[in-house]
Ligand binder design. Sequence first.
Ligand code: FAD
Length: 280
Amino acid sequence: MDRSDFSHLSFEFFPPKTPRETRNLLRTASRLAEYEPDFYSVTHGAGGSAREGTLETVRMLHEHGYNAIPHVTWGSDTRHDMVALLRKYEEIGVSDMVVLRGDIGKEGLSDTPFRYAHELVSLIRDEMGQRFRLHVGCYPEMHPEAASISDDISRLKEKVDAGADTCITQYFYNPDAYRAFVDSCLEAGINKPILPGVMPIANFQKLVQFSEKCGAEIPRWLMMQLRSREHDSEQLRMFGMDVVANLCRRLLADGALGIHVYTLNLARPTQAFLGRLLNT
Ligand code: FAD
């Protein structure tokens, strides 16, 4: 397998907070550039965290010659604030955006007239036409707040009908969940690419915490295997690298056009599984 087997490859970062984190992110971006990603995306307030830094990080990555794109989320922005932000991204030369409702922090839904991501997709299409390619989030194991998987898929269809070009999934470790989800989306008339989001496995505790927060399932067999290597980081990394490489191999064989990697700003775990995948 080689890079040409992927029609799409992208890497997700979060905005660095200190000069040291900024240097590390630039090092990561430089190391991952060898895979010729379609873009680096930069989160916005993910996990209910601060919403500052996305614009500056996208700008900085552009200045270093990388195709960086922002995640945009509502937060407490008004329509006016949002249009001003879109214009700034247009000035930088941004090509795409990942459009989301956003994680809800401890304070709950903010005082905004907008509640769902499809409204933001509509706003961007109304204000900016086809200026940006738009990606939206989707959930093969169902969004934790959704009434049912079929309701969640109907909501995804609203985002696609509002103008989304592709859907990027939450991460998962069960390829059957992806396959069933893609089939259900096709049945529901969603005919846009559904790119699997992939989380490398590097740190057991962090993975468990993230997965609880975002409703991603770690299958029991995988949980047991990881737990048995919890205190041997090298063993855990080697095992995790194989699990994620095998997952990607299966997803690509099942028709996925490529993958979006949640890098957590680290190059090594991503290089490890991609190295294993591309050497087969
Ligand atoms: P929506 O599509 O608005 O859906 C949210 C919930 O509401 C779902 O349960 C849906 O079924 C339901 N729903 C939708 N429309 C309606 C309706 N009309 N009536 C009733 N119910 C409805 N979060 C961040 O804060 N920052 C980020 O940078 C970020 N990046 C992400 C990147 C990816 C690829 C993914 C998959 C997620 C990301 N997230 C991020 C997390 C995301 O913001 C959360 O999962 C959030 O809870 C939902 O966002 P959404 O855009 O999918 O919301």
